[in-house]
Write a new protein. Structure first.
Length: 313
């Protein structure tokens, strides 16, 4: 699921030159008074097309983790609190820059954000890939530890403090999770996906309209299915028998987890098209599950739904 950083920057793959020298306007709620040297208003900040230049400059002192997200993205709502928690616990060794891709299309284009959540780091003004998709907290910690090593190798070893008077902004208060959601999160962090699935299923029995539980259930089911899967072997099995539903499911899951959303949808839609009517139901159900995981308003989902409708009727 993740594209773990080996330390290589994305030079050439990501073009931030148009945003590098743009004058940074004040962020909403920021004070006009400059923060002391080595201090920031908050370790977690919203960044826009206009203010991104300041984040690039900050990355020369301390690694900046960029969280590309959107309001409609269910997995983003799972991952963002985890990123904030880990960054805050590191006490200024990292800064988190949150980018709403819908409101900041230039940044989304610059990072080539084809699938979200997408997490990238800035080190010394250069982007470094981290991972795509929602991942467990332990994996976030491991990747951030690697990021700090990469930063040190590139001479970025500083840290920052929160400017005086900005403590509340640095530690946003998160509402308490419902007990079953908390149980699911704990299970995900422990890598116990079956227990997380059971917790979310129980939450949906108690409240069938719990959209967060439904999104969480789809995400953790995907994590469970792809855990330990071998992409090369899965592709070979799917190519050997194009009508093998389980084999096609495995590759589609791996494609979606890796950010290749259109490929995953196309594979299942092609399978749906060639199967007899009595074997189509599981494929349709899996497609609907993946649609919900990506987000009903995502253009790729809209296109795939349109093709599914045409195949049905």
């Amino acid at each position: 699921m993740s594209n773990a950083l080996p330390g290589a920057a994305l030079r050439g793959a990501v073009d931030l030159s148009a945003l590098r020298n743009r004058p940074a306007s004040a962020a909403p709620g920021a004070t006009a008074q400059a923060a002391p040297a080595g201090a920031v208003p908050s370790l977690v900040m919203d960044v826009t097309d206009d203010t991104f230049g300041a984040a690039l400059e900050l990355s020369r002192t301390v690694p900046v983790v960029v969280d590309l997200w959107a309001e409609w993205c269910g997995p983003c709502k799972q991952l963002s609190p985890v990123l904030e928690k880990v960054v805050l616990e590191l006490g200024g060794r990292l800064v988190l820059a949150k980018v709403d891709v819908d409101a900041n299309p230039q940044l989304a284009q610059a990072f080539r954000a084809q699938s979200i959540p997408m997490v990238v780091a800035l080190v010394g003004g250069q982007p470094v890939p981290l991972f795509t998709g929602a991942v467990p907290e332990q994996q976030v910690r491991e990747v951030f530890a690697q990021l700090l090593e990469v930063a040190a190798q590139n001479g970025v070893t500083g840290s920052v403090d929160v400017a005086s008077g900005s403590d509340d902004a640095a530690e946003p208060v998160e509402p308490a999770l419902p007990p079953l959601h908390a149980e699911a999160f704990d299970a995900i962090e422990a890598g116990d996906y079956p227990r997380a699935i059971a917790a979310y299923e129980k939450a949906l029995v108690e409240n069938p309209r719990d959209t967060d539980a439904r999104a969480g259930l789809a995400q953790v089911r995907l994590l469970d299915r792809v855990q330990g899967a071998d992409l090369q072997a899965a592709r070979a099995a799917a190519a050997a028998d194009p009508a093998d539903v389980d084999a096609q499911f495995t590759v589609a899951d791996l494609d979606l987890a890796g950010g290749h959303v259109d490929d995953a949808f196309a594979r299942l839609l092609d399978l749906f098209a060639v199967l007899p009517a009595e074997r189509r139901a599981p494929v349709r159900e899996r497609l609907l599950e993946l649609f919900g995981l990506v987000g009903d308003t995502d253009p790729r989902v809209v296109r795939a739904r349109g093709r599914l409708s045409s195949l049905l009727f």
